[in-house]
Design a protein. Structure first.
Length: 393
């Protein structure tokens, strides 16, 4: 596979292309619809399965089925978008994400929960990858970093409010309402899809998933990002268990996404001016430093500071790696990049949580966090190699 690296042109003020075009604003409709539908039910469905008599095993099975289908769907979507185009695949994803949720309002059987989670995971993957590739094509290359930061903000707000809201509604209003709203949001967003552009035959040579997996120019930043995502999965899952102060945990889990959002925006602005490649290595180091601070689980100050530092590093890593990967392929490869990056995200978080749980049982949380930072630093090798490769271009 032949890759190209496009060096962003410096911002010069009046010659900057517009970012908030009509097409991008329309894309935000489907982005919000899928984010609301996914996040509202993400924590609610496992709790519903548990309360329906399945116990902890049912809750884990529901989440596992969802994430398994998501990763498989992410790997399959680039081929589907190449054949059917962005609009068809995005619309199918929104329907699969929304419609199956209505089944849960009629039945609480575990078999139905698993099937619904599998279908919704597949739908989320289709909407995520097809929609992400379309979004990348709508953002001017000169403002890609800033545009991706804005997209992250739009999709991040539903996760911030949707996770607790879904659980609260289920316990205080009724699960039927949760499933109805979770279905309605993505289904309503389908109406915006026909107005979006459909770039099935994008410019440039074809870049399939197999090509992407053979490209060091794409795999190196994806590997670095997976290393930071590994820690993100651990923090979300185990911080409430590892830190004795409930107040410190609450503040840390609020500070971390806030710092991440700010860092994504700043990284996007900087990357548009000077390129995203120089940001990848510092992002990894800052993320690992945050995890080292979190290892001081007995200190509330260290925990909150560690969450903030990790959030800054993780936000920069999110923006810089994705912008860099998009810059290294022609528009025909945006679907492949979106799939690889999201697999790195979801796979890193899942593997991190599973491995940390196995290790922490024998070492304790502080030592397991120190080991996590050491594992993250192993990604310095691909990060440094990529930095040298980019500098030589």
């Amino acid at each position: 596979m032949t890759t190209t690296i496009n060096s962003p042109s410096p911002e010069t003020g009046s010659d900057r292309p517009p970012l908030l075009t009509r097409a991008l604003l329309l894309r935000f409709v489907s982005l919000l619809g899928s984010a609301v539908g996914f996040n509202l039910l993400l924590s609610a469905v496992p709790l519903y399965a548990q309360e329906s008599g399945g116990g902890d095993h049912a809750a884990g099975l529901a989440t596992g089925a969802l994430m398994l289908a998501t990763v498989v769907g992410e790997l399959a979507t680039p081929a589907l978008t190449a054949r059917y185009g962005y609009r068809v695949v995005l619309a199918a994803g929104l329907v699969l994400l929304g419609a199956p949720a209505l089944v849960l309002a009629a039945t609480g059987g575990m078999a139905a929960v698993v099937v619904v989670c599998l279908l919704r995971g597949l739908g989320f993957a289709l909407a995520l990858v097809a929609g992400g590739a379309l979004t990348a094509s709508l953002i001017p290359a000169e403002r890609r970093g800033e545009g991706l930061a804005l997209v992250g903000l739009v999709s991040g707000l539903p996760s911030l409010f949707g996770l607790p809201l879904g659980v609260w509604l289920g316990q205080h209003v009724g699960w039927g309402w949760v499933f109805a709203i979770g279905a309605a949001a993505p289904l309503a967003a389908v109406a915006s899809v026909p107005a979006l552009p459909d770039r099935t035959r994008a410019a440039g040579p074809s870049v399939g998933l197999r090509d992407g997996l053979r490209s060091g120019a794409l795999l190196r930043p994806a590997t670095v990002f997976a290393a930071t995502a590994l820690a993100a999965g651990i923090i979300v899952t185990f911080l409430p268990l590892a830190v004795p102060s409930a107040t410190a945990v609450a503040v840390a889990l609020l500070v971390q996404p806030g710092a991440m959002t700010l860092a994504r925006w700043l990284a996007g602005r900087h990357g548009d001016r000077r390129g995203p490649a120089p940001l990848v290595l510092p992002a990894l180091l800052v993320s690992a430093a945050g995890v080292l601070l979190l290892a001081c689980t007995g200190s509330a100050v260290a925990v909150v500071a560690g969450a903030a530092v990790f959030g800054l590093g993780f936000g920069v890593a999110q923006n810089a790696t994705l912008a860099l990967m998009y810059a290294r392929v022609p528009p025909s490869g945006y679907g492949t990049v979106t799939a690889l990056w999201n697999v790195a995200y979801d796979g890193g978080m899942g593997i991190g949580a599973i491995a940390f749980g196995a290790v922490a049982g024998g070492t304790g949380y502080p030592w397991a966090l120190l080991l996590t930072a050491a594992v993250m630093l192993a990604a310095l090798a691909p990060a440094w190699r990529d930095r040298r490769s980019a500098a030589a271009q």
